[in-house]
Design a protein around this ligand. Sequence first.
Ligand SMILES: *Cc1c(COP(=O)(O)O)cnc(C)c1O
Length: 833
Amino acid sequence: MDEALTITSTPCAEPARSGLGVDALKRDIVDNLICLQARYPEIATPHDWYMALAYAVRDRMMARRVATTYTYVARNAKVACYLSAEFLIGPQLGNNLINLGIESNAHAALQTLGIDLDTLVAIEEEPGLGNGGLGRLAACYLDSLSTLEIPAIGYGIRYEFGIFDQEIRDGWQVEVTDKWLQKGNPWEILRPDVAFYVNFGGRTEQETDAQGHLRVRWIPAYTVKGVACDTPLPGYRVNTCNTLRLWKSEAVESFDLQDFNAGDYYEAVHEKVQSETLSKVLYPNDEPEAGKRLRLAQQYFFVSCSLQDMLRLLELKGESVDRFAHVFTAQLNDTHPSIAVAELMRLLVDEKLLPWDKAWEITRHTLAYTNHTLLPEALETWGLPLFQSLLPRLLEIIYEINRRFLDEVRLRYPGDDARLARMSLIDESGAKRVRMAHLATVGSHAVNGVAALHTQLLEQTVLRDFADLWPERFHNVTNGVTPRRFMALSNPGLAKLLDETVGDGWATDLGLLRKLDAYADDAAFQDRWRSVKRANKERLAANIRSATGIVVDPAALFDIQVKRIHEYKRQHLNALYIIALYLRLRRDPKLAVPPRCFVFGGKAAPGYAMAKLIIRLINGVAEVVNHDPAVNGQLKVVFFPDFNVKNAQFIYPAANLSEQISTAGKEASGTGNMKFMMNGALTIGTLDGANVEIREEVGDENFFLFGLTADDVERVKREGYRPADYVRANEELQGVFDLISSGHFSRGDREMFRPLVDNLLNHDPFLVLADYAAYVARQQDVSAAWQDSRHWTRMSIVNTAHSGKFSSDRAIREYSEQIWDIKPVRIALEQRV
Ligand SMILES: *Cc1c(COP(=O)(O)O)cnc(C)c1O
């Protein structure tokens, strides 16, 4: 870290572009303001200063970036490629300052210029290139890869429009276009020289080459160009600076001359527009209707560019093609990049002219697949006609993979036709479809789930036949999150207290937090712990006030549920409980309810009507509860709009209680649960995803467990679940439904929530009502526990103390050792220059 560049250093002053001291930073910021923003200090806007600072920080990453690339090539290091359709990286400035260790110097440099660092950090628009947990996981993993000095490239798509911005109007979600690139992106380095062509449509032809081998030629209908856009990602206090490489689509020619000369200008421009459309917009997940042609095109586009780039780098390293799997390992983040199985085969067989068996060995050895969901509606499949028309050559390859694979299954399970049909890459039960999870599993040497329970269910349900056939391929890697962004950056008060208590090594060795156990009952330490939490709650309260106008009391219990809005995550279970509390207070205004502030946040997929209705219900409840005199301010309900990484950073640290109440067996892992825990929140939750392991780490006495287990859920469903029975048997719950149906939370409109009420009473696919009573009872325990402040604080400290397992560093070490067979490479700065 303190190895500064030596090339241009003089005895008196650090070089402006690389020096880490206050003076060098200051000079670079002012230079950038003038040279890049064309402004001088007296007239510069805060955004100008933000850009000037961002470029100064970027300057400092460049020498690291260059040294990193140089070292990887010189040492012929194996590189981990993380293929993901989403990277929800969040704002970069604050994190880069922390990772480079120059936050306080940047603060001081700006102070001498009369500028406040926090104001500049708050200006940055985040790249919303992901929907939620899956994209954020990819971003946490990249932070850990750099920090652990593991050679890595993140490969994905540079969406021009990321996830929509959410506004709330009249209680409803309104989607507003994300304009993250409008004011420019100082972190991105465009690489026009790193570009590849990707084919679509058309047909294939067989031909015999000069050596007499049968070859297939793909004659595409059109070709799109992918150009690399790089974002440097510095590790924490190390010289490693890996790259996130996102592909932007462009037309191959600005227009087709033939069409143009023929006078068809519009036809010529059409193709250009179509090509550029490819990387235009991120698809929201959880959309009920899938099968979008453009989405498959996006997946193939970024996967093909990425694999072609890897082949280019292989050549650059002077390695032959058959060494591919020794030089690269590629992790598929869910099935979105699973077309990589067929595309790598195509590149090796059609383009590099390798024999099929050799190509298959390389492909399987290179690829590994992470499964993220068991929900049947979220398992990707593509209709054959669509696949055939968009990617004809890849479908042929998939058929050949399938033919050989089914032969293997037949040998192993003779006569078992039912098994063959279940395992085939093609679902032939209705209209034929390609099963992407099967393709990913067959084409990978390792398959993993993202929490112990999830991996177990994966092996018992969706991939059961595959786990039977290849038990050695299955692994578990429980998700993790980066403590740099979600503790050091998001919770500076806690970070300081931790530095002073356990030493400053915790951010890269989260197990050190165990030392906090010794202070859990220390009254003086507890006071400091509470005052950190109190300050975080005041910060959130201020943000709530400016975003919604709602005034909340920082002394109240902050009970928070932030995540995508989805029926399986059961925000409506939480809402039903709030309504029950409200009814109790209305009946008896003198009732002593410990003051609670319920905070919700999260986006619903634009096409997911039920999720949007849940948002409307929460806002309806907020509107009533926050103003009813009977409540007397004891309950506050807030829907915090536009939950994203930027907002997450001040929401998680302010929580006393973390709501992790998904139907058991439905949440693969969750990562929000981990961010809350690290920041000292207690969890109320089901035995689902990583909650199981959180409870194991922290102990049952420090966790509010409730509800059916995954096995119970299956049993209840099998035995014929009748949700309305639970309402009839519970007078209070009946009252809750009556109040919703009366229009009380919909300004008198009795119809508004009917779809939600009918769905719960008649179907309730996620067993909200079956778990309701247990949830309410456990919430009573939470209220009782909150009254004993010393005990609550103890539990809060113990939660942070036992959160070490959930660092993404632990997860990345597991991938590196168990799946990737890859080792860290130390980067020395002076080596390059
Ligand atoms: C962590 C995170 C998520 C995932 O939350 P879960 O509770 O695990 O679903 C989603 N969105 C953002 C912005 C996050 O930071």
